[in-house]
Design a protein. Sequence first.
Length: 372
Amino acid sequence: MKTRAAVLYDAPRPMASAMVVEELELDPPGVGEVVVKLAASGVCHSDYSVINGNIPHPLPVVLGHEGAGTVVEVGAGVRSVKSGDTAILTYVTPCGRCYFCTTGKPALCTTHSRDTPPGTLLDGTCRLHKRDTRYRQLTRLGTMSEYAVVSENAVVPIRPDTPLDKAALIGCAVTTGVGAVLNTAKVEAGSRIVVIGAGGVGLNVVQGARLVGASRIIVVDVVPSKLEYARKFGATDLVNAKECDPIQAVMDLTDGIGADYAFEAIGGARTIEQAFRMIRIAGTAVVIGIAEHDAEVRLPATMFPRGERRLIGCYYGSSRMRVDMVKYLGLYRDGQLNLDALVTKTYTLDQVNEAFVDMQEGRNARGVIVFD
Ligand SMILES: [Zn+2]
Ligand SMILES: [Zn+2]
């Protein structure tokens, strides 16, 4: 069948003309694979990092890794989903067999992250092509396409009455940000936390912190419009790091003690170092942002034993996607997670470049591409 998709042919590229929307040929689903008709695809900073070359990726590639839609066809041997199912897609395709999958950590699947080429299906081959050229799918999804063939393991069935532009965000930003608080850090009620970076993930760290009853939610960014979004999602204190020393600001806001938890949601060596220096003795700094592939952090070694500080990583909110994504949808239905205000603008697939420029300018909490 044919599908229209947003393709990146070259990187780094200027945002205003990075993506080419064109028709590609989509092969039928193989064993254990399904065809999904996309309803919505969020526009995430990780897509942007592929365009600007900070995340190197084989090209050409269809971008998009935050999607929701409907299963319209299933390949041989598919048992966990059926045609007609409404679903969120996961940007890690867990194999179900490796050490991490079988010990309850599907987000860390090494078949996905290490043993299979980037942007293919789990058997190492591609389903998208045009004449002799094969196209990769970012994170084995490529959600900026009308249709995608994905592994059934990347499909989380949800209730059919879910608004899919909101559900799509659970595919990346919500699960990563809320999961960092609930699963990775296990933040206790009453905690004082700081979040560096008020993008889609950072705003969901704020939501998660509010959900567990954090007493102080300090948000650090350099873009005033993003700080204002953070306030809407529950931030109690806003710090513009362009106007002050953010470490000193956090110390002042925590009686000179430091934050119980700091979350780095940008992906930069300097901001990771800042997050570590913002925590109190026996506090925890959590690195969520994906830095440039060769970035290194420098920290005073004595701060680890003297003061028992912890620096830990978080990938995909340490989630078990099939459990956590359905849980977050339930919290949305109960009014405890705000997904509606996250979607500040929707775009057509043909407006994809405009969506990336708006992201670059910090105009949206989240921009979402909506399909017909
Ligand atoms: Zn993402
Ligand atoms: Zn695995």
